[in-house]
Structures are given as structure tokens and as C-alpha cells.
Design a protein around this ligand. Structure first.
Ligand SMILES: *Cc1c(COP(=O)(O)O)cnc(C)c1O
Length: 355
């Protein structure tokens, strides 16, 4: 018996997500927050830990956290769905509204999970290329979005890996012209760009996707979406009841309750991003793409894979392999770290590129 032949034919060729394991490197590859999680917030969480956090099932509605999320976004708890990272919500939306014979529209290059979850859920991923500045090709995109089998369009804003935003008026235009769902993935919205949240008032087909990973707790896997109750109601039919564990719910709530601490970190990351853009852009041969996120995409004058390998040898890990995954073989992506980490990265890349 060949197990492989028992696997669904449409997903047989998928490859497992590869962990990028390097030791003794400064990690500037995964768009995480470089600062340590504040000890006063850890103490606050630990003070509220009790045996039940471990023995009892989590609150399937995640009500305390949803109420707080609703409060900070001036909406209602019925508008919020919690996910085990926003990755899970990307899949949940496809499970609920996509499926065999349905299409999901993806302007590329962008976050790879839209395509992968499309395939996993049997939805047909339709990729529409962005222009050379990574802006949307609105006409081409609308043609695909208007196809009767289209159910969902994923728009990351700021976009990963390019860092640029989709202007809110473009999203408004798309929402006006189609009768399918538009997901504005705002995973990086805390670092820049304009939220699409106000558009929810006019458009029932909009879903706003958010993540706690980039600002605070990538390790605890918490994301959420905001949509009209007629959308969240359908998603809750499909959502796993206990998808977000109690500890993660508590910690995400503590993050929002201590937001000023994280806002300070965000401000430092944003000002470091601007410095990094300037310094990186002043290295001969490097082209820096505009970014509103906590990372910078840049084009290099030498083979990118080789430069990545040399940087690892010097103790700095950036995101590479963008040729295979995103059609950007000449590019690398660096996450904005602490001032010292960014200085180390700049020192090493100068050492390699400037003879
Ligand atoms: C990192 C990322 C996510 C996933 O975030 P999680 O909440 O950690 O699952 C979603 N969208 C984009 C564009 C991302 O870059």
C-alpha cells in the first residue's frame, strides 16, 4: 500500500513548512518584535494564573479578549472572531466561503499562506501580478474579482514582503464593484498605513484581519478578524471551538491592557525603520523599497542567496529565498531590529559589499 496515493490528489505536491534553523545569529528574518516581552506584563499574567488555566478548556468564545478588542476598535464583540494566529483565520475564511470550484484572488508577490490555504481548502488560487512598484493592477484584479466563482480576495496592507500599502480609496473602489469578500490583512497596521476599519460601515463584504504576532506575542499564536455579524456568524460555524488556548487569551488581553508599553516599542521600531532605509539605501547598488511595516525589502547587486549565506557567517539572519516563493530572486527582506541589531546588520552588509 502506498500511503502517498491515499493523499488527496490536489495537495500531494505540497511541501511542509521548513523551519529556518540557524544558531548564534541575530534573527532579522521573521518580522518579530526584537524587544524582550516586558517583565511587568509577565508578572501581571503570572499573578492571575491558577490551576484552572491548565485543567479546564478555554472559553470557546474568548469573550474577555473579544470585549477588549471590540473596545479598542470601537466595534462590538459580535464583530470579532479570534484565531490561533491570523494564519488560522486565513484558512477559516477559505473553509467557510471557498472550497472546490470556488476561486480566491491573490495579488502577488504577497504572503504565501493565502495560496497555500487556498490549495488546502480546495479553493482555486488565482494570482494577479502587482506592478513593478508592487501596487495593484486594478483593472486586471477587478476582472478576476468579478468572475462568478470568486469568493474571496486577499489584500495585505502593508503588504509582505514588499512593505507598501493599498490606499484605502482603492480598497473602497474594489468593495463597491464586487459582490464577493475582500479581506484587508492588516497584520502590520501598527507600524504604518491606514486601517480599512471605517469602511465596514458601508461594506458588508469586508473582513479586517489583524495579528498579535508582529507587535508582541508571535510565540502564543493569537490573531483576530473584524467583520459584520452576518459574516462572523458563518465563520463561527466552522471555527474549532477551542482554537485559542487560555494562556494565549490572557496574554493577548494583557498586551492590550498594557498598550502604552508596546506603543513605545512600536515607535522605536518605526524610527529605526526610517534610519535603516536611509543607511541601507546609501550602500552602492542596493535598492530599498518603501515600507510602512516592520521590515524592509531590498534589491542587491550580487546573488541574494550568496549574500544571505555570508551574512549568516557574520551572525545575521535575514529572509532569503524570495526567488522561489515570490519571484524576487534579487531581493532580501530584513526585519527592523533593535538599534544595536540594525547597526550590526549594516556593519556586516557593508563589510561584504564594499571592498
Ligand atoms: C505574519 C503574517 C500573518 C500571520 O500572522 P500570525 O498571526 O502569526 O498567523 C498574516 N498576514 C501577513 C501579511 C503576515 O505577514
Amino acid at each position: 500500500m502506498k500511503i502517498r496515493e491515499l493523499v488527496r490528489e490536489d495537495i500531494r505536491d505540497l511541501v511542509p513548512y521548513e523551519p529556518h534553523l540557524f544558531s548564534n545569529v541575530v534573527k532579522l528574518d521573521a518580522n518579530e518584535n526584537p524587544y524582550p516581552f516586558p517583565t511587568e506584563v509577565v508578572q501581571d499574567i503570572f499573578a492571575r494564573l491558577n490551576g484552572e488555566v491548565f485543567t479546564r478548556y478555554p472559553d470557546p468564545a474568548g469573550l474577555d479578549l473579544k470585549v477588549k478588542i471590540a473596545e479598542v476598535n470601537s466595534t462590538g464583540p459580535d464583530n470579532v472572531v479570534l484565531g490561533n494566529g491570523s494564519d488560522e483565520l486565513i484558512q477559516l475564511i477559505l473553509q467557510t466561503f471557498g472550497g472546490p470550484g470556488k476561486r480566491v484572488i491573490i495579488p502577488v508577490p504577497t504572503f504565501s499562506m493565502y495560496n497555500i490555504h487556498g490549495r488546502i481548502t480546495g479553493t482555486v488560487p488565482v494570482e494577479v501580478p502587482r506592478d513593478e512598484k508592487f501596487n495593484l493592477n486594478l483593472d486586471e484584479l477587478l476582472t478576476e474579482m468579478r468572475h462568478p466563482d470568486t469568493r474571496i480576495t486577499y489584500l495585505a496592507t502593508p503588504n509582505n514582503p514588499s512593505g507598501n500599502c493599498v490606499p484605502a480609496d482603492e480598497i473602497r473602489k474594489l468593495l463597491t464593484e464586487v459582490e464577493s469578500l475582500v479581506v484587508a490583512d492588516e497584520a502590520y497596521i501598527d507600524f504604518g498605513g491606514e486601517t480599512c476599519l471605517p469602511l465596514l460601515e458601508d461594506y458588508p463584504n469586508l473582513i479586517i484581519l489583524r495579528s498579535f504576532s508582529k507587535v508582541a506575542i508571535a510565540g502564543l499564536r493569537v490573531g483576530y478578524l473584524i467583520a459584520r455579524p452576518e459574516v462572523t456568524r458563518e465563520l463561527l460555524k466552522v471555527k474549532q471551538p477551542y482554537n485559542v488556548n487560555t494562556f494565549s487569551q490572557m496574554t493577548a488581553l494583557a498586551v492590550l491592557n498594557n498598550w502604552p508599553v508596546f506603543r513605545e516599542q512600536i515607535e522605536k521600531i518605526v524610527s529605526e525603520r526610517e534610519r535603516l532605509k536611509m543607511e541601507l539605501g546609501s550602500i552602492p547598488g542596493i535598492r530599498v523599497y518603501p515600507s510602512q511595516a516592520n521590515f524592509i525589502l531590498f534589491k542587491v547587486p550580487v546573488p541574494a542567496g550568496e549574500l544571505h549565506r555570508q551574512l549568516v557567517e557574520e551572525g545575521v539572519l535575514v529572509r532569503w529565498g524570495l526567488g522561489r516563493t515570490h519571484g524576487l530572486p534579487e531581493c532580501l527582506r530584513v526585519t527592523v531590529g533593535t538599534r544595536q541589531e540594525n547597526d550590526l546588520f549594516l556593519e556586516k552588509i557593508r563589510k561584504i559589499l564594499i571592498p
